[in-house]
Write a protein that binds this ligand. Structure first.
Ligand code: COS
Length: 378
């Protein structure tokens, strides 16, 4: 594990950080960097060993994300859906045959996996999704549109949530499918133009009479796809919280270095207590988030239900990195607002963490509901 952490840390420093600006300008991650990520095994971090992956525990995964977070989040994004939400439905609930078919290709990075839950009219209220999967002999016919789907333009396979029971408008009517991206009837919208995270691509995925074999129902069971999605998101939220910790560390390191180098009133601005307050608050919050993430990861590894801990960690860490990035801009002053120093890019990049894989408000709802349920003995 330490060898992997050292390798990732060196890769971030030597390969990724020097390419941050290039990725931001071109909105593309160079193919040779993606090849290096494959060679490092980054696409297979969470795939079980028997399918060719590194089979990291959650705790090991978050420690890798603490390192990978120390650069532009777009680099994490290209492996993120395959390591996380795109593959984990199959890892957690898939049949042996489904695992055998898909996981080895994901582990090598040959196939990029993507997670298709959100729709134009179904975001936070995921259980209201309308994409329809209608049984027709040994196939389902899928119709509907998925929105903001990360890595959709590069995806080889989708974990798709669709409604198989039109009479059940909520969670129980939803089934999870594995959909080969080459299936006829799939088309893609234009790439979304985003506030930040250039190099990470999202777009609509449109399904028109797309025929998917019955054998591709995850776990072979209808009506439990929403639960699969929620289990995947419990894990995904810890992963995102870990990335927030990594990015916050990077941004704070940059701000500290700048504060020590930058002189005003005849001394480094780091000597001023108002700057020190910003540095110290950031350090304390970062430490708190790191502890939460490690604790949530350990509890998941121990087999506990971590719905509450995952949401707490995601909520706190994503809000924390927003504050740390904001203070980093402030410490940089005018230099924080211009592009040359990179800090304004991180400020825009981290804004997404409070939104995707469940907004801060959804995390609050999950936490409070779990508290109320536990208190009323349910
Ligand atoms: N693990 C396993 N099962 C879960 C679960 C979890 N973490 N969370 C919910 N479920 C189950 C519930 O137990 C319930 O099952 P039963 O009907 O058998 O009791 C079912 O799923 C429906 O749950 P619930 O009634 O809580 O669903 P709601 O529609 O009220 O909504 C929220 C739940 C709001 C939490 C959900 O829609 C959500 O997370 N929304 C945000 C979606 C999101 O993160 N989108 C990002 C897109 S991916 S980048």
């Amino acid at each position: 594990m330490n060898v992997l952490l050292d390798n990732v840390s060196r890769f971030v420093r030597e390969r990724l950080v020097p390419n941050e600006e290039r990725v931001a300008e071109t909105d593309e991650i160079p193919a040779d960097i993606v090849d290096d990520m494959k060679a490092l095994g980054l696409f297979g971090l969470t795939i079980p060993e028997q399918y060719g992956g590194l089979d990291l525990t959650m705790e090991e995964e978050v420690r890798v994300m603490f390192e990978l977070g120390k650069t532009s989040p777009a680099f994490r994004s290209i492996i993120g859906t395959t390591v996380g939400i795109g593959s984990q439905g199959i890892v957690i609930d898939g049949t042996d045959e489904q695992k055998q078919t898909w996981l080895p290709k994901m582990a090598t990075g040959e196939v990029i996996a993507s997670f298709a839950l959100t729709e134009p009219e179904s975001g936070s209220d995921a259980a209201s999704l309308k994409t329809r999967a209608k049984r027709d002999g040994d196939h389902y016919v899928i119709n509907g549109t998925k929105r903001f789907i990360t890595n959709a333009p590069q995806a080889g396979v989708f974990t798709l949530m669709a409604r198989t029971d039109p009479d059940n408008p909520r969670a129980g009517g939803i089934t999870a499918f594995i959909v080969d991206a080459k299936t006829p009837g799939i088309s893609f919208g234009k790439r979304d133009s985003k506030m930040g995270q250039k190099g990470a691509h999202t777009c609509d995925v449109i399904f028109e009479d797309c025929k998917v074999p019955v054998a591709n129902v995850i776990g072979g069971k209808e009506g439990v796809g929403f639960k699969t999605a929620m289990k995947v998101l419990d894990k995904g939220r810890i992963h995102i919280a870990a990335i927030c910790v990594g990015v916050a560390q990077r941004v704070l390191d940059d701000a500290l270095r700048y504060a020590i180098e930058r002189k005003q009133f005849g001394q480094p601005i780091a000597e001023f207590q108002l700057i020190q307050a910003m540095l110290a608050d950031s350090q304390a919050e970062l430490y708190a988030a790191r502890c939460m993430v490690v604790d949530a990861a350990r509890k998941r590894d121990a087999g506990d239900n971590v719905s509450t801990e995952a949401s707490c960690a995601k909520l706190f860490a994503s809000e924390m990195v927003g504050r740390v990035a904001d203070r980093a801009v402030q410490i940089h002053g005018g230099a924080g607002y211009v592009a040359d120093y990179g800090v304004e890019r991180f400020y825009r990049d981290v804004r997404l963490f409070r939104i995707y894989e469940g907004t801060t408000q959804i995390q609050q709802i999950v936490i409070a509901r779990n508290m109320i349920r536990a208190a009323s003995g349910q």
